[in-house]
Design a protein around this ligand. Structure first.
Ligand code: UDP
Ligand code: MG
Length: 318
């Protein structure tokens, strides 16, 4: 029998919060009769977080720990937690007590009973710094909704629930933890929902992310969009851009040549803006093309060029 729940908690220097967090999760899960495991990933903490995790594993049978050699980031921590998770439903939450374990039963039921693939928390009322966090977050989520077509108000909420299949199908690397719903959507999971969740002010320790997250996040979003659309066929993008730019240059060059033929010595090519425009356009167009060819060579050699996620296969003898 597999476990009902895997609760995955990435943590970095959160020693004060952990005992309270685990006790609270245990209380909620016991009250709801969930069989569970609590997977704590210590992302290279420099305080006593790992000692606290060790103590908690001795105290509670459900607690498991993974420790990184150094600080790698929230995404690698989540990825490792997802690999280790064996529950039917996976719930992620932050370690800092900003997310409430009281949300667990409802999130679980949305996955199991309402058939959601992924449910993201929505911190409708937020207790973070208004200027560095809340306002940029609103803008950012708006852009996100537009670009990805995923209608979530709070894509980066740490509190989320997943079907097991979802976390086993995606790879959260770099700083992609901000875009897990996007990764899930591109992996073919369509039923993505959200639930308004309580948010609390940070009780201990300090936030690990500042305003830079929005710049990095935006760049990551562009990368995701690019890779998911053109990752396996980069020439379709660069070839199109290259042809278009090159043709503009070619068109202007032709018109200059025709004018030269018509007007002879009275026509100077080099003092026409079109001359410089066409020169630049043809060079840039060629560069786009070369970039496309290089990108094709890289993707042809990529180890995962032929990796697909198989949903089911029937009628095979073995
Ligand atoms: N975290 C982590 N590795 C890092 C940074 C953060 O595992 O390099 C964890 C952190 O301990 C917390 C969660 O990710 O459990 C969210 O971080 P934080 O609370 O600092 O973010 P905020 O709530 O301020 O957005
Ligand atoms: Mg936090």
């Amino acid at each position: 029998m597999s476990l009902d729940l895997s609760i995955v908690i990435p943590l970095y220097n959160e020693e004060e919060s952990l005992p309270e967090l685990v006790a609270w999760i245990e209380k909620v899960c016991t009250a709801n009769n969930f069989s569970r495991e609590i997977i704590m990933i210590d992302d290279g903490s420099t305080d006593d977080s790992w000692q606290v995790v060790e103590k908690l594993t001795a105290e509670f049978a459900s607690v498991r720990g993974i420790k990184f050699q150094r600080n790698y980031g929230k995404s690698p921590a989540l990825h490792e937690g997802f690999k280790a998770a064996s529950g039917n439903v996976i719930i992620t939450m932050d370690a800092d007590l900003q997310d409430s374990p009281d949300e667990i039963p409802e999130l679980y039921s949305m996955i199991v009973n309402d058939g959601f693939d992924l449910v993201s928390g929505w911190k409708k009322v937020r207790y973070d710094n208004a200027v560095t966090k809340n306002l940029p977050s609103k803008l950012y989520n708006g852009v996100n909704r537009r670009l990805t077509g995923i209608k979530l108000h709070d894509m980066n909420c740490g509190l989320k629930a997943y079907k097991r299949k979802v976390v086993k199908s995606i790879e959260v690397y770099g700083e992609m933890h901000r875009f897990i719903p996007v990764l899930a959507k591109y992996a073919g999971f369509k039923k993505i929902g959200e639930k308004v969740v309580q948010h609390r002010a940070r009780k201990y320790g300090s936030s690990k992310f500042g305003w830079e997250r929005f710049i990095n996040g935006f760049l990551d979003l562009l990368s995701i969009q690019f890779v998911s659309r053109f990752g396996k066929k980069p020439m379709h993008l660069f070839g199109a851009m290259g042809s278009f730019t090159f043709l503009i240059g070619f068109f202007f060059t032709m018109s200059l040549i025709i004018d030269k033929i018509r007007f002879g010595d009275n026509f100077s090519i080099t003092n026409k803006p079109a001359f410089y425009l066409s020169l630049t356009a043809m060079v840039v167009g060629t560069l786009f093309f070369l970039t496309g060819f290089l990108a094709e060579l890289i993707t042809r050699n990529a180890a995962d060029r032929n990796v697909y996620l198989m949903d089911e296969k029937i009628g095979w003898d073995n």
